[in-house]
Design a protein around this ligand. Structure first.
Ligand code: ZN
Ligand code: FE
Ligand code: FE
Ligand code: ZN
Length: 269
């Protein structure tokens, strides 16, 4: 059985996703999902980034768009309203204001920037920096930012938590201790990890996080959610059979459903 919820999907408001919310909803229903959550990119806090996230002024439009499908499809599927928010150190107040602007069901905290470098940006000019930076340094900084994100208390779920591997760059050092320290902070702060199937559609060709990494979160007692990170309606619920296999293979037996930033229920897999 596939998990009944897909908690990570986008809308055209972020500027790099296609398809109207309704198309995501219809594809979810077709895939047999009982619940989805829209988690589009929250406004960037340190500078406006059109093409990357919605703007601050678009938050009401986002809310209205999702409430519209929520109502129209209420008899067929549960729809949650969420955000994927970047953690940018030093901009905590602004981040807090955004995530409190509506009664979101959950907030995914994601790290896409290290010292202002969008390390997962496929733009060749931005990707160049992978040749300059030390890969283990990138990962160490990344894990430190994940821990810092969890400690803010802003987030319910931490997104794609080994994202630096997207283009294929894996650490050459053993970073088990970094991941263990991160898992402990996640457990202590009560955030969940997601199995994010988008990695299967990227050069790395595997889900986030990798099995050995996910195993560490499972052993630490960190709860789980599932997300496709769809930027196209066709990707909703994609590879969720593989995601469940991965979850079970590392020992997970349930995942979380959120409502208004609280755990609503736990579903067995
Ligand atoms: Zn995106
Ligand atoms: Fe992301
Ligand atoms: Fe995303
Ligand atoms: Zn994402």
């Amino acid at each position: 059985m596939i998990p009944y919820s897909d908690y990570h999907m986008h809308t055209p408001l972020c500027g790099h996703a296609i398809g109207e919310p309704e198309e995501y909803v219809r594809h979810a229903i077709k895939m047999g999902l009982k619940e989805i959550g829209f988690s589009d990119h929250a406004p960037m806090v340190h500078k406006p980034m059109p093409g990357v996230t919605m703007s601050f002024d678009e938050l009401p439009q986002y809310q209205a768009m999702i409430e519209d499908v929520q109502k129209r499809y209420a008899s067929q599927i549960n729809i949650k309203i969420a955000l994927e928010s970047d953690f940018i150190p030093g901009f905590e107040n602004k981040t807090k204001a955004i995530i409190d602007s509506y009664p979101y069901d959950y907030i995914i905290g994601s790290v896409h920037f290290i010292d202002d470098w969008a390390f997962d940006d496929p733009d060749p000019k931005v990707k160049e920096y992978w040749k300059i930076y030390d890969v283990n340094d990138v990962y160490r900084k990344y894990y430190a930012l994940l821990r810092q994100s969890a400690k803010t208390g802003f987030f319910n779920i931490i997104g794609h938590c080994d994202l630096p591997k997207k283009f294929g760059a894996r650490p050459t050092a053993d970073l088990t201790d970094e991941i263990k320290a991160t898992a402990k902070v996640f457990k202590d702060t009560g955030v969940a990890v997601e199995i994010n199937t988008a990695g299967l559609r990227k050069p790395i060709g595997e889900m986030y996080p990798a099995p050995n990494c996910l195993k560490i979160y499972q052993e630490a007692g960190v709860p789980l959610t599932f997300g496709s990170d769809s930027h196209d309606p066709q990707d909703v619920g994609r590879d969720f059979d593989k995601a469940v296999d991965l979850a079970k293979s590392v020992g997970y037996s349930e995942y979380l459903i959120f409502k208004q930033k609280k755990i609503e229920k736990r579903i067995k897999i």
